[in-house]
Design a protein around this ligand. Structure first.
Ligand code: F6R
Length: 241
């Protein structure tokens, strides 16, 4: 793993934005996997800004959302479809064929997961996957104990994740207990991964991800085995502020 230590959240976002734009401009038909949550917001804000400035265009790019809650309408501001649509997609002039979401409202969720996995495979795999990490080490919504070989599927969220993510909902009772997520096996097939980590509350998580035992009890530890991962983390995440 390549590790880049940066001063703070803003510099982390600048750095990942620079790397993202490089891949956007150097890969012929780039395929991006995108995470949601607090950590990548700065990246999406910067991409929109650079698009509006006329510096970049996305007409050859394809996007895949990493995960989605089950049972939320896409118009619900807490859904990940809403998040990426409003923070990025609707601002950068994409056609619907360029955007892929797992449908958490599909009548047959098993068929939906297979469709999503198949769609990723048809693009020839993800060129750059952006990831954040849960304090319990989850990547996507693959919680501790998930098989490293898992494919896109329906997962049950842990108490810890429900508690932490309830900040995006009116109350803890509103958060769905299940989600669709790309599997760990699916994520690991990405040609390149950038993992973003910010904040003192992730210090133990970062240490374990970089130096801990590779174990299914801590999903992010598998990144140690990927041939092309860059971790960009701020000083707070390194426990330095
Ligand atoms: C989001 C996702 C999650 C988050 C993780 C960290 O699509 O899959 O793995 O990346 O929960 O979330 P934040 O960035 O809010 O700390």
């Amino acid at each position: 793993m390549k590790v880049i230590k940066v001063k703070d959240y803003e510099i982390m976002s600048d750095k990942v934005c620079e790397m993202f734009i490089d891949r956007l401009q150097t890969i012929t038909n780039p395929v991006f996997g995108l995470a949601t949550g607090s950590t990548p917001k700065g990246l999406y804000k910067r991409l929109v800004k650079r698009y509006n400035a006329g510096d970049i265009k996305f007409d050859r790019a394809t996007f895949f959302n990493l995960d989605e809650y089950i049972g939320l309408d896409p118009s619900n501001p807490s859904s990940y479809t809403y998040y990426l649509t409003h923070k990025l997609y609707k601002h950068i002039n994409l056609s619907p064929e360029q955007i892929n979401f797992p449908n958490g409202n599909a009548a047959d969720l098993k068929v939906e997961c297979e469709r999503y996995e198949q769609k990723i495979a048809e693009t020839g795999q993800i060129d750059l996957q952006i990831l954040g990490v849960g304090i319990n080490g989850h990547i996507g919504f693959n919680e501790p104990g998930t098989s490293f070989n898992s494919r896109t599927g329906v997962v049950q969220l842990t108490e810890s994740t429900l508690r932490v993510n309830s900040r995006f909902f009116g109350s803890i009772d509103e958060i769905p207990h299940r989600a669709i997520t790309m599997g760990i096996g699916t994520i690991m097939e990405s040609k390149e991964i950038i993992m973003l980590v910010s904040g003192a509350h992730k210090a133990d998580t970062l240490k374990r991800m970089l130096h801990g035992k590779v174990t299914e009890d801590f999903p992010a530890s598998i990144l140690q085995k990927h041939p092309r991962v860059t971790v960009i983390a701020d000083e707070a995440a390194f426990g330095e502020t």
